[in-house]
Design a protein around this ligand. Structure first.
Ligand code: SF4
Length: 299
């Protein structure tokens, strides 16, 4: 249905699992109509993130700038790090507010409202960054070798599937290369960490290792993983299955881009922070929309 390259990323599969309708709007219709005003508005709506996600994006960016500067001998003071978190987060909130106003000015209703940067979130961001740069494993990693920052848009091609699963940076040490990833949204299970490591390994060499710094309850933990060939194969099989699911849902889009048979989210919780609720039947009531869709599917 949609002209697209089979593509896998965590963001895509997470959105598909949360809500197939939102997935099709974001990766199908918004892409297909990106040269039209309505398509651009749709893409703009998907760029709006919650203040919580913006805080964690800021933490990642500030840490990567810190690491990059450290690699070329520029040492940051704690004061500079504090100032960067505060400034970058405030700018991210301002950008978000501008996007919301742009969307409102084009009469597309949406569920987000403009906000001010909250001081307690800024303090939380500063505390998180300080804890990482003082973490003994992190300090030891940066004490030798060189740093190569990797853009999140760097992909690898596996067969005909484009995979986005880049490490945050690569550390080239005396003995070997480490592919380093910050997991900011909670400690993943062992199985999830191993799958992530198997994908990260595609960006390294056969003797590289993966280091995952994970944040949970505002504390950092560290895991070092070296994936086996079996784990890599199993992970790539799962990626293929995910892509099949994505293709199957795109195939359900009807003539004239009719989305009526594309399932809505399974739970109303997913709708609460949805970027495109104003375009979805659930804006008039989630239960009512689900019931209507069920009866349509039975016809
Ligand atoms: S409002 Fe709910 S059902 Fe509709 S697209 Fe968003 S998450 Fe899916």
């Amino acid at each position: 249905m949609f002209p697209y390259q089979p593509t896998w990323s965590n963001t895509r599969i997470n959105l598909l699992q949360r809500c197939p309708r939102a997935f099709v709007l974001r990766y199908g219709l918004a892409q297909l109509s990106k040269h039209h005003a309505q398509g651009q508005l749709l893409s703009l709506a998907f760029q709006i993130q919650t203040p919580w996600i913006l805080l964690h994006q800021t933490i990642r960016e500030v840490l990567l700038d810190y690491i990059e500067d450290h690699g070329i001998g520029n040492q940051w003071s704690n004061g500079l790090l504090r100032a960067r978190v505060k400034t970058d987060y405030s700018k991210a909130i301002q950008r978000r507010n501008r996007r919301i106003k742009d969307i409102q000015s084009q009469h597309m209703a949406q569920s987000f409202t403009v906000v001010e940067p909250e001081p307690h979130l800024i303090d939380m961001g500063i505390d998180t960054c300080l804890k990482l740069v003082q973490n003994p494993h992190f300090v030891a990693l940066l004490s030798e070798g060189s740093i190569e920052r990797i853009e999140p848009t760097t992909s690898v091609l596996q067969g005909n599937i484009r995979i986005y699963a880049a490490p945050d940076f690569i550390h080239h040490g005396r003995d070997r290369t480490s592919l380093v990833k910050f997991n900011l949204y909670g400690q993943a299970t062992r199985c999830e960490r191993e799958r992530q490591a198997a994908l990260l390994m595609m960006y390294g060499e056969h003797d590289s290792r993966v280091i995952q710094f994970s944040l949970k309850y505002r504390k950092w933990s560290v895991n070092t993983v070296a994936s086996t060939q079996t784990q890599t194969k199993q992970t790539l099989d799962l990626v293929s299955q995910d892509v099949e699911q994505m293709e199957a849902i795109f195939a359900q889009v009807g003539k004239n881009n009719d989305l009526s048979l594309i399932p809505l989210a399974d739970s109303f919780r997913s709708c609460m922070n949805c970027n495109v609720r104003s375009l979805c039947p659930s804006r008039h009531g989630y239960e009512h929309a689900k019931a209507e869709q069920r009866s349509l599917m039975c016809q």
